[in-house]
Design a protein around this ligand. Sequence first.
Ligand SMILES: *[C@@H]1O[C@H](CO)[C@@H](O)[C@H](O)[C@H]1NC(C)=O
Ligand SMILES: *[C@@H]1O[C@H](CO)[C@@H](O)[C@H](O)[C@H]1NC(C)=O
Ligand SMILES: *[C@@H]1O[C@H](CO)[C@@H](O)[C@H](O)[C@H]1NC(C)=O
Ligand SMILES: *[C@@H]1O[C@H](CO)[C@@H](O)[C@H](O)[C@H]1NC(C)=O
Ligand SMILES: *[C@@H]1O[C@H](CO)[C@@H](O)[C@H](O)[C@H]1NC(C)=O
Length: 362
Amino acid sequence: MAKAADLLLCVSSFSLLVIFHTSLVVLVAVTNADDQVAPKPAAIFIFGDSTVDVGMHQPMLLYLFLVVFFLYACIVLHYAVRLFRYKRSPQPFLYSLNHQSTFKRDILQGVNFASGGSGIFNQTGKKDYGEVVPLGDQVKQFATVRGNITELIGLAATEIMFSKSLFVISIGSNDLFELVKWHPNITSLAKDDDAGSVNTIDLYNLGARKFGIISVPPIGCCPAARVGPKSNDSSVCVEELNNLASTFLAKTEDLLQKLSSELKGLVYSLGNAYEMTMSILEDPLAFGFKDTQSACCGSGKLNGVFPCFFLLGPNLCPNRREVLFWDLYHPTEYASELAALTLYGGGTRYVTPINFSQLGWL
Ligand SMILES: *[C@@H]1O[C@H](CO)[C@@H](O)[C@H](O)[C@H]1NC(C)=O
Ligand SMILES: *[C@@H]1O[C@H](CO)[C@@H](O)[C@H](O)[C@H]1NC(C)=O
Ligand SMILES: *[C@@H]1O[C@H](CO)[C@@H](O)[C@H](O)[C@H]1NC(C)=O
Ligand SMILES: *[C@@H]1O[C@H](CO)[C@@H](O)[C@H](O)[C@H]1NC(C)=O
Ligand SMILES: *[C@@H]1O[C@H](CO)[C@@H](O)[C@H](O)[C@H]1NC(C)=O
């Protein structure tokens, strides 16, 4: 049985693998059309959970998972950032703070505020992980950085810089999972909470204009969920969990539409992680996957019960290029690369109303 904490991780990291798709066609398009590559954003600021966390906020007890996880989170981010012709991903907030000599250069390229296990709600992740930084506090950290940048280049230049920067937010899986954990019989998202809205408006008021949002994936489909307590049959996804994810997507979409009509200059690109994943699950071969259910590395049913840790003597699949999941929660590197490409150049089925590269042109 997957424990709650495992599922939580699974859920977070699943967003990753989910970000992809539109696949090889896009790959070709991007590499062939150098002149169509979007202008480099002034900077990239990243908010969210472990899907985009590169690792400076983690409580120690999670290190084992996260050491593995960073590799994959970094890969998606790395690919996405590279598509905008950055040499590397923005530095984590705490890293920048603690490296005075490169502080100025670093923050002018953007900062990563993401925190593994965190959520939109302040209490999400606190019980399981202790020191998470909720979205609201990440926004506060951004306000500090804004002050620092203003000191460096002045207010007018800062406002211009932010209006041309990309603000990526990938969060929500952990909130949903906690909901399920503490309210085991929940089948719909009845409660309308405006925390996500408040945070977005706060960012807007601090100068953010271009938002790249990545929605929650079908959280019932990862190996840990398939072999978990809510599952009867590991060959199908846990529908109850997936329903929450699709409701979350619909609410996010409504919110963004509303905000963009109310707040002058706000533009967004919403990555539909749900649809991306479903497309792959429906026709794995079209994307080069032969196995979308079990983990490549791990043990127990579907290799999804125990993590890929050498002391546990895990199984290892012969060809990881054909498998969607690396371990019970993490996508393979190939899946991550597809994810980044889809965000950047995917069609409206997966990224609406425009894709990330188009956001870069605005
Ligand atoms: C959550 O945290 C933020 C930032 O610290 C704070 O402004 C907000 O009031 C908190 N919200 C709730 C519901 O406690
Ligand atoms: C950034 O701003 C905060 C808040 O004003 C300040 O405490 C901190 O020293 C600044 N950091 C640097 C490196 O200038
Ligand atoms: C959830 O459903 C089960 C089975 O229907 C029931 O026994 C249990 O009391 C319910 N729990 C809550 C918190 O409503
Ligand atoms: C599990 O499977 C049994 C038998 O097929 C079925 O009666 C039951 O409703 C299923 N439970 C869930 C939660 O899907
Ligand atoms: C998405 O991005 C690509 C690459 O920048 C662009 O050429 C294309 O028109 C966009 N796709 C859609 C369907 O909007």
